[in-house]
Design a protein around this ligand. Structure first.
Ligand SMILES: Nc1ncnc2c1ncn2[C@@H]1O[C@H](COP(=O)(O)OP(=O)(O)O)[C@@H](O)[C@H]1O
Ligand SMILES: [Mg+2]
Length: 223
């Protein structure tokens, strides 16, 4: 379980969150919504151990981030908003490269399976020739090499074709419901959020998103 207690974060005088607390259980998909600049990416970066809060505590399976940063990191899969793959390398070479950096070892067959599960079948093709949707899938597949328990995804479906979007969505559902992963992801697509998420958190004091969610009957995490 991910347990976030009383997080405070500001940049200069700009308070991004003030005593933010919530819990996430294995098997849950949490949607993170809010207008641009509300702090969604900041929260994901903090949960991914890349940024630090000013105060507050985070625990993953009872391991405090503060004292177990290295251990905790092994259980986290984080995909930033910008795609981070080697454009000049093939899909296969990208997967093998990142497998070498990972603390878990996987055979080439297993790496290929990870890609195929998302319908990413262009194993020998250079990453730069892939569509935006395929690149997102590759980025996601890379993040899954070390079998993380929690996936933190920053706008994984933004600006991609509908087919890839649906395939990524059903892949995330499978990861949560069949493999018991915790998933926290951001999106501006409220239909997608309604379809995939168990609960939704609105960042920022913006009633616009809350009103949409209330209408849909989705469970909202109050912060
Ligand atoms: N490294 C930083 N230094 C100063 N301000 C930042 C930094 N990162 C983000 N911010 C500010 O924090 C706020 C939240 O940003 P962000 O988390 O990227 O929002 P979102 O992802 O919801 O669009 C914005 O006002 C942004 O300008
Ligand atoms: Mg963002």
């Amino acid at each position: 379980m991910l347990d976030v207690q009383s997080l405070v974060k500001s940049y200069d005088k700009n308070t991004i969150f003030h005593h933010l607390s919530f819990k996430v259980w294995p098997g849950e998909i949490i949607g993170l919504v809010g207008e641009n600049g509300a702090g969604k990416s900041t929260l994901l970066r903090i949960l991914a151990t890349i940024d630090k809060p000013d105060s507050g505590n985070i625990k993953l399976f009872d391991f405090p981030y503060e004292t177990n940063r290295k251990e905790v990191r092994k259980s986290i899969g984080y995909v930033p908003q910008d795609i981070a793959i080697w454009e000049e390398l093939s899909v296969r070479e990208n997967m093998i490269f990142f497998e070498k950096l990972s603390h878990k070892s996987k055979s080439e067959t297993q790496l290929r399976e990870l890609c195929l599960e998302m319908n990413l079948d262009k194993w020998q093709e250079q990453a730069k020739t892939l569509s935006g949707g395929m690149k997102r899938k590759l980025n996601l597949a890379i993040t899954l090499i070390h079998d993380p328990d929690i996936l933190l995804l920053d706008e994984p479906t933004v600006g991609i074709d509908l087919k890839s979007k649906i395939e990524i969505g059903s892949y995330l559902l499978k990861q949560a419901k069949e493999h018991n992963k915790m998933i926290i992801y951001t999106s501006h697509d409220m239909d997608e959020i309604n379809e995939l998420c168990d609960r939704v958190m609105c960042i920022g004091k913006d009633l616009f998103y809350e009103n949409i969610l209330v209408k849909s009957g989705k469970e909202i995490i109050s912060i």
